[in-house]
Design a protein around this ligand. Structure first.
Ligand code: NAG
Ligand code: NAG
Ligand code: NAG
Length: 368
């Protein structure tokens, strides 16, 4: 059995320095977060998550600290275990509005890292930081219960981090003991068998022996089923690209009425991200099928859409290989990744606004 545990000290050692609120990109720190940052700093740990090198042990340190200091607004659940024994985390962020304890709180789920790599996981951790650390986003966590699955393929992430940057599967050994890895992003049950069958376990897009055969898939599916009743939006964040994409992945979309709304919201998100004008490329909005130019089966966004969640998207972030090529020819502007990260967060805020707007419309229609 292959074991890819490499527990280096992954958090950079930094010199003790005074942390001002602006440092983690917040206008005002929440009190619990300020205390947490000061405590981490005393232990010479990196204090803003976006400065740390993202790995499985970064998450252990970060979530342990969040649980200890900010349990009023954050809950962290170990929702499963991977083949190599890594935790699959579910992070729930919500602040109870005083006097409204009985209200049903709508859920937005963000999920990252199915296709390995660190970039999407890094963005998910940054979003967690923004929601928990920044007082100015308080309304976002009062009105919505955020369920964030920040790293849904940690074995693949660690393997891609050290050995094979382009690796995109998990690392589970096949029955024959020779090949290993299943493409989690093609392992969901919606249309799992409808694409041309890949049976070669060495293929980078091997979808597994059956739908939902992987612990990672089971973990995401269980979370979706647990929250689907109140879930208004689902976003699957992946590396390699710069786009917001809507269903279907396995076929060109027809015109069910919800789809018009999805297309509209995707356009609004793209507009927000493009408005920041920070990117070297245009942030695209289109269907998953159109962007890929071919069918992708067993996709979690299609699965979630078919569960009845009204707004479901795949979001591609940080350009991937494109950025490597571009940066060979021209130096990236300073602070490029910083502003990109913040522009992606403005896209998340746009999705939040769309959900809130929809809830208002529903309420008004009930009254009249
Ligand atoms: C899958 O998860 C279960 C329980 O969470 C665990 O007991 C089992 O070892 C995991 N399977 C693999 C292949 O790691
Ligand atoms: C969204 O995508 C369509 C084409 O798919 C494009 O015409 C439109 O300009 C895009 N919207 C934004 C805001 O980028
Ligand atoms: C030490 C270091 O690199 N700190 C940076 C951490 O990230 C923030 C932005 O989120 C920067 O402002 C800091 O300079």
């Amino acid at each position: 059995m292959k074991v890819y545990f490499k527990l280096f000290s992954l958090l950079f050692i930094v010199q003790t320095r005074h942390v001002s609120a602006a440092e983690c990109g917040c206008k005002t720190f929440r009190t619990c977060y300020k205390e947490m940052v000061n405590a981490l700093q005393d232990k010479d740990e990196e204090t803003c998550i976006e400065n740390a090198s993202v790995g499985a042990s970064t998450m252990i340190v970060y979530f342990t600290a969040l649980k200890q200091y900010c349990s009023d607004v954050v809950e962290v659940i170990n929702g499963g275990v991977t083949y190599d024994g890594r935790h699959l985390y579910e992070v729930i962020i919500h602040s109870q509005a005083v006097g409204r304890e009985d209200e049903v709180v709508p859920v937005m789920m963000l999920e990252a890292g199915q296709e390995a790599g660190q970039q999407s996981v890094e963005l998910a951790l940054f979003i967690i930081e923004q929601l928990v650390a920044c007082q100015e986003h308080n309304e976002m966590i009062e009105k919505i219960r955020w369920v964030i699955l920040p790293c849904t393929n940690p074995d693949g992430m660690e393997y891609s981090r050290y050995d094979r940057p382009l690796w995109r599967k998990n690392t589970k050994a096949a029955q024959d003991g020779l090949s290993f890895g299943v493409d989690v992003s093609r392992n969901f049950e919606t249309q799992w068998g409808a694409c041309e069958r890949v049976t070669n376990g060495y293929s980078a897009v091997y979808p597994g022996v059956a739908a939902v055969s992987e612990n990672e898939t089971i973990f995401v599916k269980n979370a979706l089923l647990k929250y689907k009743k109140d879930m208004k939006a689902y976003l699957s964040i992946r590396r390699n690209g710069h786009a917001i994409m809507y269903p279907y992945a396995y076929a060109e979309t027809g015109g069910p009425p919800q789809t018009a709304r999805i297309v509209q919201v995707a356009g609004n998100i793209a507009k927000k991200i493009n408005q920041r004008g920070s990117s070297i490329q245009v942030f695209l909005n289109d269907s998953i099928y159109n962007v890929n130019g071919e069918a992708r089966c067993g996709h979690s966004v299609d699965y979630t859409f078919d569960l009845g969640v009204p707004l479901t998207f795949e979001m591609r972030v940080y350009h991937g290989a494109d950025l490597d090529i571009i940066s060979k020819f021209q130096p990236l502007p300073t602070g490029y990744l910083y502003s990109l990260r913040h522009s992606y967060f403005s896209g998340i805020r746009e999705l939040y606004s769309a959900v809130i707007e929809e809830l208002k419309t529903i309420k008004e229609n009930k009254i009249f």
